[in-house]
Design a protein around this ligand. Structure first.
Ligand code: PEP
Ligand code: MN
Length: 333
């Protein structure tokens, strides 16, 4: 439920109203500006008598939010959220390019790729240190050693780091090293992890689960935001369908739907969405054309020998030409 306050209301009057609502067991988020008082009510709003609220002398109007998510809803916050990562802005019309390997494999590998993606024009470096692999026998990532190598890559290139936290146990250590903490598709509904992410001070990149609906994605964002962390970036990375030619099916409509439903930035990961490097650039062009806020692309200097996802990784030269191509499209959009 959202309450729009009269412009003439004083801080004291607002505090009195907030106190009254909070005494009913609800949380009140102040989403107003200097000129406009807006309160978002979080919790079980069935306890509230709307007519009584509407009659309150400082209330302009009361709106029931139809969606089950509130903090993530555009009704609650009409303006786009813009997330500042080391001075680089994600959302609000900017195009963010994230590039890097699926996994950090060695110092030589991550440093080579970090230098290359920086040269190509990427804004952020990706690289998994804790890897969610389908098989327990596949490479599981270098763990903390991988995080240290990512830090080294950041020190040399200046690129902020995005890397995944797979569980609450390793979350703090990942937060220490990462500039953006990724929650992977398989963990989109790991509610303990989402709550932990909500207590973090760093932005979270939340990837859509492979069988999750758009509403479920937004509800998971709501979990993070309800804990106090408003810095959430959504990522569409393909969903499971009957199609087997591609690894997943890229649901591009998600971008337009999210833009309507939410103020949060949404980026596309065409690498995991398609599983084929040849499809990465065409899907990136499409994503930028329909207004995605960014792209997360797997890049590897030696895809044939990559320990993870080489088949969907671009070589640095291809990544450079992709950035040039999407830059032109973004300028037109
Ligand atoms: C990844 O980005 O490293 C990854 C594992 O992706 P997803 O969670 O989308 O499968
Ligand atoms: Mn991967």
């Amino acid at each position: 439920m959202i309450i729009v306050l009269k412009r003439t209301s004083t801080i004291e009057e607002q505090r009195e109203l907030i106190g009254r609502i909070e005494s009913m067991g609800l949380t009140v988020k102040d989403a107003g500006s200097e000129h406009h008082g807006v309160l978002g009510l979080i919790g079980d709003t069935t306890k509230i008598d709307i007519t009584q609220l509407e009659a309150h002398h400082i209330v302009e109007k009361v709106m029931k939010v139809q969606e089950p998510y509130k903090l993530a809803s555009r009704t609650f916050q009409p303006m786009d959220s813009v997330i500042n990562v080391d001075g680089h802005l994600i959302g609000g019309g900017n195009l963010t390019i994230i590039g890097g390997p699926c996994s950090v494999e060695s110092e030589d590998q991550i440093m080579t790729i970090a230098r290359a993606v920086k040269k190509s024009g990427a804004h952020i470096l990706r690289g998994g240190a804790f890897k969610p692999r389908t098989s327990p026998y596949s490479f599981q990532g270098l763990g903390e050693e991988g995080l240290k190598l990512l830090r080294k890559a950041k020190e040399e290139t200046g690129l902020p780091i995005i890397t995944e936290a797979m569980s609450t146990e390793e979350f703090d250590i990942v937060e220490e090293y990462a500039d953006i903490i990724q929650i992977g598709a398989r963990n989109m509904q790991n509610f303990a992890l989402l709550k932990k992410a909500g207590q973090a001070k760093k932005p979270i990149c939340l990837k859509r689960g492979m069988s999750a609906t758009i509403e479920e994605l937004l509800m998971s964002a709501e979990y993070i935001m309800a804990e106090g962390n408003q810095q959430v970036i959504l990522c569409e990375r393909g969903i499971r369908t009957f199609e087997k030619y591609t690894r997943n099916t890229l649901d591009l409509a998600t971008v337009s739907a999210i833009k309507e439903l939410s103020h949060l930035p949404i980026i596309i990961d065409p690498s995991h969405a398609t599983g084929k490097w040849k499809l990465v650039e065409p899907m990136s062009r499409a994503a930028v054309a329909i207004g995605a806020d960014g792209l997360m692309i797997e890049v590897h200097n030696d895809p044939e020998n990559a320990l993870c996802d080489g088949q969907q990784s671009l070589k640095p030269e291809k990544f450079t030409s992709l950035i040039e191509a999407v830059g032109k499209i973004h300028a037109v959009v």
